[in-house]
Design a protein around this ligand. Structure first.
Ligand SMILES: C[S@@+](CC[C@H](N)C(=O)[O-])C[C@H]1O[C@@H](n2cnc3c(N)ncnc32)[C@H](O)[C@@H]1O
Length: 303
């Protein structure tokens, strides 16, 4: 059965969720995603029966209200989406602009779902004044309502009743995590404005992230971090300091769609970092012996 996904989201880890989940310890009680976005990793983990409980958090509050609707009142949100989708005819461009204005006045979950379904590649953008300002992909109408309903009900079945939802800074979530949890961290790259929160409108400051990771290491927390990567020769994200003692791996994420559009055939490679406590818990300490230092590296192929 394909894993359900109600909306596209820039930076979604949907394509590599199974690769990431290879590093989820089998004794994980709770999987925590402090930067959940489209929650691709938690949805896949639930579909594979890899964790009993989940905690999804994202600083984008309307997004978390959308998650709450999807999990707790799936039929209702699927119905509202259908009404919007049908009403967009005959002029879906003008309709999108109207919904976006309405969302900026009153950020209702159904309006956000419609916007996410219509924008280019799920790339959420907010202006400096906190207004959602991404434009529509006017070549497409957005996911058809029957398919959307199926995705929403599917996700609700996988996560409702076992998932805590919050919208706070990731540090507040991490502060409450315990050694028995596993945390999947997927912070935004610098320069990406996923959220209307001013402080993070330019992405996660590198130093703040490093400081928090160091704190997490001190508490023996198990975490998997997605941070940098490369497409062809172009790397993105600064390498993390070796003093953090993270185990570094790369995952081949396939062809870059952007590069393919530009007629190039470039591979995208994403980094994964495992915390020392996680490596210990997984019992893959032996991997260190194969490399010279804890800064080991393996190439993983998808599938
Ligand atoms: C790269 S995306 C996560 C994508 C996600 N892994 C998925 O599969 O869809 C990063 C997310 O972090 C959120 N974010 C940004 N700053 C944050 C913060 N300080 N605390 C919590 N979430 C934050 C953004 O709103 C965005 O949804």
């Amino acid at each position: 059965m394909p894993v359900p996904h109600p909306f596209p989201y820039q930076g979604s880890k949907r394509a590599i969720a199974s690769d990431i989940l290879r590093y989820l310890p089998r004794d994980t009680d709770r999987l925590i995603e402090p930067f959940c976005g489209s929650a691709a990793v938690s949805i896949a983990a639930s579909a594979q029966g890899l964790a009993r409980e989940f905690w999804l958090n994202d600083l984008n509050e309307p997004l978390m209200r959308l998650w709450s609707s999807i999990l707790d009142t799936p039929e209702e949100i699927a119905g509202s989406y259908m009404a919007l989708w049908v009403a967009q005819r005959p002029d879906r461009k003008a309709f999108f602009d109207k919904v976006r204005r309405q969302f900026n006045r009153s950020p209702r979950p159904d309006l956000l779902l419609y916007l996410l379904a219509r924008i280019v590649k799920g790339s959420v953008r907010y202006s400096a004044t906190g207004e959602f300002n991404q434009s529509a992909d006017n070549r497409r109408s957005g996911m058809r309502p029957p398919k959307m309903r199926q995705q929403i009900l599917g996700v609700s079945l996988l996560l409702a009743g076992k998932t805590k939802l919050t919208s706070v800074d990731f540090r507040e979530v991490v502060r409450q995590a315990t050694e028995r949890d596993t945390i999947y961290l997927d912070p935004p790259y610098q320069g990406t404005s996923y959220t209307r929160d001013h402080r993070y409108s330019q992405g996660m400051p590198f130093d703040e992230l490093v400081e928090e990771l160091s704190e997490m290491n001190g508490r023996d927390l198990s975490y998997i971090l997605s941070y940098d990567g490369r497409t062809g020769d172009k790397t993105y994200g600064k390498p993390l300091p070796t003093e953090l003692g993270l185990f570094h791996m790369t995952i081949s994420a396939g062809r870059s769609t952007q590069a393919t559009l530009q007629g190039e055939r470039l591979e995208t490679v994403e980094s994964l970092y495992l915390s020392p406590a996680l490596v210990e818990r997984l019992g893959v300490g032996s991997l260190h012996d194969k490399g010279e230092t804890q800064w080991g590296q393996m190439e993983l192929l998808p599938g």
